[in-house]
Structure formats: C-alpha cells, structure tokens
Design a protein around this ligand. Structure first.
Ligand code: E4P
Length: 217
C-alpha cells in the first residue's frame, strides 16, 4: 500500500520524504488554510520535494470553474493531481481531465455508489473518508471493502485512496481491506514505527553490547 501524507506543511513533507516513507501528498482547502501559505506557491514547493502525486483541490462548485482552476493548477508541475469534489459537476470535470491525460483525485466520497460513479468518470484516485464516517458511528472501513469488491468485479483501474485516516489501526485496516493508498497525517505515519517492545529490546541490546567492550568500526 502506498503512503501519502495528508498535509500542506512543507517541513512535515520534507522530514517524511527524507525517511523514504513518502509516495505522495494530499492537500485540501482546510489544510492549506492551516498552513497559512499561498496555495499555488506551497503546491509548487511540495512538488519540488516529492516526485509522486500531489493533490491540489479546486474551489469552484461548477464544472466550468473546476476545469479552469484545474487547468491552472496542472500547470504548476507534472505531478499535480487535480482534486475534485464528488458532485455531478466534479464528475463532469473529472471526465474532462481524464480525456486530457491529467490525473484526478475525486474527494469527499462517502458511499460505494459515489465511488462507482468516480470510476466510470475515469478518476485516477477515489478518496473515501474513513474517519468522518466513523465519527458518525458508521463503518468507514466497510466502505473501503465494498469499493474494493466493486472495482475488482468490473476491473476498474481507479486507485482506492483511503482518506480521513486518523490512527495506526486505520492504516492497518485499510491495508487489510485492499486500499491502494492511504493518505495519513504525518504524526500517524511516524507513530507506525513505535513499539514498546522495540524500545525495551533496543535498550537491553545497547546495555549488553556496551558490556562486551567491543567496537564494530
Ligand atoms: C484527504 O484527501 C482528505 O482531505 C483528508 O484525509 C480529510 O481528513 P479529515 O477528515 O481528518 O479532515
């Protein structure tokens, strides 16, 4: 499963990229607002650091506006992916970009039927929001499983991008459910490496090694 980081904060992206843990980046208008940065500027800076897909979301609500904004965003760098809302207008814009060979990420997906429509529109990525469904006491991961089954039934090439991931358990469950990608907050990605028994074992090894008085170099 590929890992995208869900942030517009460049320092977080650079740190994870240095660890070799990053396959791409997703942003949304809320994350851009949180970064306090100019949208187009920060997308250009992210694309200079990360060679994988970088999602940049349109703000327009109508298809023509989305197409104009998407065209502008696509000019920033070759790895920009145009993020479009799962509305009829968003699907129309998705079809337009797919026909032009521009990659798309159809976002705010909360049902299997919405995901089916995105695949039919030729979306590169579909973003089902796991955490926001869980927030309503619904089963976000069941949606990932349903979409996996539907896409496999018909051989759709749209990549399932598990979004609104909030915990390490979400990451594991998304991998088990067959998501192609998970977009994950930076702190959650870093937390995946932690285990108390790893820390305890390392501490013991360090003490025992020191007692040998040896040096490797
Ligand atoms: C990613 O594309 C989504 O915008 C993001 O994962 C939403 O996460 P949230 O529900 O935690 O805001």
């Amino acid at each position: 499963m590929k890992f995208f980081v869900d942030t517009a904060i460049l320092s977080e992206i650079e740190e994870l990229n240095d660890y070799g843990l990053l396959d791409g980046v997703t942003t949304n208008p809320s994350l851009i607002a949180k970064s306090g940065r100019d949208f187009k500027e920060v997308i250009a800076e992210i694309c200079a650091v990360v060679s994988g897909p970088v999602s940049a979301e349109v703000a327009a609500m109508d298809a023509a506006g989305m197409m104009a904004e998407g065209d502008r965003l696509a000019r920033i760098a070759d790895n920009v992916v145009i993020k479009l809302p799962l509305t009829l207008d968003g699907l129309k814009a998705c079809r337009h970009f797919t026909a032009k060979g521009v990659k798309t990420n159809v976002t705010l997906c909360f049902s299997a039927n919405q995901a089916l429509l995105a695949a039919k529109a030729g979306a590169t990525f579909i973003s089902p929001f796991v955490g926001r469904l869980d927030d309503l006491n619904l089963d976000g991961m069941a949606l990932i499983r349903d979409i996996r089954t539907i896409y496999d039934n018909f051989g759709y090439g749209t990549n399932i991008l598990a979004a609104s991931i909030r915990s390490a358990n979400h990451v594991k469950e998304a991998a088990l459910a067959g998501a192609d990608v998970a977009t994950i907050p930076a702190a959650v990605i870093k937390g995946l490496a932690s285990h108390t028994l790893t820390d305890k074992g390392l501490d013991q090894f360090a003490k025992d090694w020191a007692a040998t008085g040896q040096s490797i170099l």
